[in-house]
Each structure stands twice: as structure tokens, then as C-alpha cells.
Ligand binder design. Structure first.
Ligand code: HEM
Length: 125
């Protein structure tokens, strides 16, 4: 298997894991189990997201992708920033419930759009 294919598998696996781990934490909070913050679930998503992003940047270098000429990649970067920001609010214990619910929906919408862009790679500019 080439380096590129290994990186792509790593990127895709951690991409699916980021959604699973985010949703799991949302669900635990929703059923009144905020104690996950005192378990390895506190740091495992951060470790996963670090690998996801390192694999993403590596794909750019190994694959010769350029976000300045590939609009879908640039859009992914902006949506990623939105996913991170919304995700922070969605899991913030001190935020009000309406803010957390709206943030959770926004985070899930943005990450869905990231998947859509990754799979279809539309020409945006
Ligand atoms: C939460 C963030 C991200 C998620 C969920 C995600 C998800 C995915 C998925 C599922 C694919 C495979 C699409 C397919 O071919 O079926 C993919 C491909 C790709 N991603 Fe990401 N991605 C994320 C962030 C990024 C970032 C920040 C970059 C770099 C700027 C990036 C660069 C790439 C590249 C270059 C490919 C193309 C691989 C190829 O088709 O050969 N990704 N991404």
C-alpha cells in the first residue's frame, strides 16, 4: 500500500471516529451522564482529532493538493473551524441548554457538509 493510501485510510478512519466520539459525548450529556469528563473519553477525542488533522496535512503534501486552488478543500478548512467552535459550545457545561442544542446541531451539520465535500469534491472556484 502506498503512503498516500495509508494516510487516506488513517484520515477517513479518524474522520468517522470524530463524529462517533462527538455524538457519544453529546448523548452521555443528554442522558445526564457528564461524568465522562473524568474518564479517558476526556482526552481520546482530542488525540483522535490530532491524528485526523496530521493525516489531513500529510495528504496535502504527499498528494500535492492545494486548498488555494481546490475550493472544496478551502471550504473544508473553514467548516472545520466552525465544527470545532460549535463543538466547544455544545459540550460546555456552563452554557445554557438552548445554546448547547443549537451548537450541537450546527456542529453536526458542518461535519456532515465536510463529509459531503470530501466525497464529491465539487469545483467551487
Ligand atoms: C473534521 C474534519 C474532516 C473530516 C470529517 C474529513 C473527512 C474526509 C473523508 C471522509 C475523506 C474521504 C472522502 C472519500 O474519498 O470518500 C476525506 C478526504 C480528504 N481530506 Fe478530509 N476531512 C476533514 C478535514 C480535512 C482537512 C482539514 C484537510 C486539509 C486541508 C483534509 C484533506 C483531505 C484530502 C486532501 C482528501 C482527499 C483524499 C483523496 O480523495 O484522495 N481533510 N476527508
Amino acid at each position: 500500500m502506498s503512503t498516500y493510501v495509508i494516510l487516506k485510510h488513517l484520515h477517513m478512519t479518524t474522520a468517522y471516529l470524530t463524529v462517533i466520539l462527538f455524538t457519544l459525548r453529546l448523548l452521555l450529556d443528554a442522558v445526564g451522564r457528564p461524568g465522562w469528563r473524568q474518564t479517558p473519553l476526556r482526552w481520546i477525542p482530542h488525540a483522535n482529532d490530532t491524528v485526523l488533522l496530521v493525516a489531513a496535512v500529510s495528504l496535502l503534501f504527499v498528494g500535492g493538493w492545494n486548498p488555494l486552488t481546490q475550493g472544496w478543500l478551502l471550504a473544508k478548512i473553514f467548516l472545520l473551524l466552525g465544527y470545532i467552535a460549535a463543538g466547544l459550545f455544545a459540550l460546555k457545561v456552563t452554557a445554557s441548554l438552548p445554546v448547547r442544542v443549537v451548537a450541537a446541531v450546527l456542529a453536526l451539520l458542518q461535519v456532515s457538509f465536510i463529509f459531503h465535500l470530501a466525497m464529491t469534491k465539487p469545483v467551487l472556484f
